[in-house]
Design a binder for this molecule. Sequence first.
Ligand SMILES: Nc1ncnc2c1ncn2[C@@H]1O[C@H](COP(=O)(O)OP(=O)(O)OP(=O)(O)O)[C@@H](O)[C@H]1O
Ligand SMILES: [Mg+2]
Length: 400
Amino acid sequence: MSVNRIIFFTGKGGTGKSVISAATSLLLSELGYDTLIISSDPAHSLSDAFQVSVDRDITRIRDNLYALNVDPVKEAAQHYGVLMDYIASIFRSRGIDEIIAYELAAMPGMTGIATILKLDEIIEKHSFDCIVVDMVPSGEALRFLYIPALMGKISRRVLKLVSPIASMSKILEPVVGVPAPDRESIDKGLEIVDRIERIKNYILNHDVTSVRLVTNPDSFSINNTRRTYIQAVLYGLNPDLIVVNKVFPKVLKDTYLSEWVDAQAKLIVELEDTFYPLPIRRLKLFDRELKGIELLLEAAKEVYGDDDPASVFYKDVGIEVHHKDGELEIIFPVRYVGKEDLDIERIGDELLVTLYTDMGPTTLVIPLPAITYKMRLIRAKLINDRLHLIFMEERGNDEQ
Ligand SMILES: Nc1ncnc2c1ncn2[C@@H]1O[C@H](COP(=O)(O)OP(=O)(O)OP(=O)(O)O)[C@@H](O)[C@H]1O
Ligand SMILES: [Mg+2]
């Protein structure tokens, strides 16, 4: 079984991920793609958007379009129930109260991984041309997509190693003082690792999977989008489009909201500078809630125009990251540079880079990846419209 395209929508809470996912899936189905939309949103946002009740089973919405609500807590219990029992038994053996032991065993992120595992299960059982995933409202959501890249063969090797001694370790239990994992926990663990390995091939393939970022024209959402974008690239995912949603239409220009209209226009220019050359599409704020098939299709046509939403809108790696010998080089494409002159200020976990261009100064805010927190910026240079930032690990015995 198979899938040709997987499109994740992510962004801050309330920006419009669910409606834009729904709109995208509708247009895909209209273009004849066999499409499934998945949401793990407990708020039933797909039912609201389509105005059709969407189930925990794959529900038909219209020709070529199916929807599924994943219950991540239930999925997690199904996939990890056995493992949770085992981990909780370790905590219990240390005298921790049963309720607390289960709280500790329910590691953060498990529900997020559950959605990814569900995706693998669907790809295994069904054939869809496109799967659209409406992600949970969290900047952290992308981390779950990273897990497949992170968990390689190592975990399987460890589990295979433990497997034959499972019965033997029962004997050692009183000696080691930790309950031995049973056969079932180990098999379940192996199954999860297998699934994650399989899904990795889809998620990290830029011809198959894209991440689309939904944002609103306010500085708070835009800052959040910068961070999510850099995370996505660092995790090896391919962000191929940004959708700026809830843009005030120009008719509001001479009204009470006129200042907002101007401020939004400025922010959108800033957004284009920051994310250049990633394509950015706009969607106006409608005069009512965006729901129902007709309105969603209208929105999809505004976002995609005559383009096919299944295309990969952008593929070259916008940011390059090279890491070796304690040095980290991050290369950003920048726009408008002529004079090749710049100022850099590091504030907390962000760099403010002011470029003095032929069109006047422009400042970029670059969120830094966690790995640089312990590093020093040693060089910054502009080469052919690309900003090279070189960081070096701080030595432990540095002078005061
Ligand atoms: N362009 C728009 N015009 C009018 N209403 C919109 C528009 N975009 C979104 N909305 C409305 O804003 C609300 C939030 O949208 P939506 O549920 O898609 O956001 P979300 O990012 O999925 O939120 P959450 O983070 O809670 O999952 C909904 O009521 C939706 O109808
Ligand atoms: Mg939503």
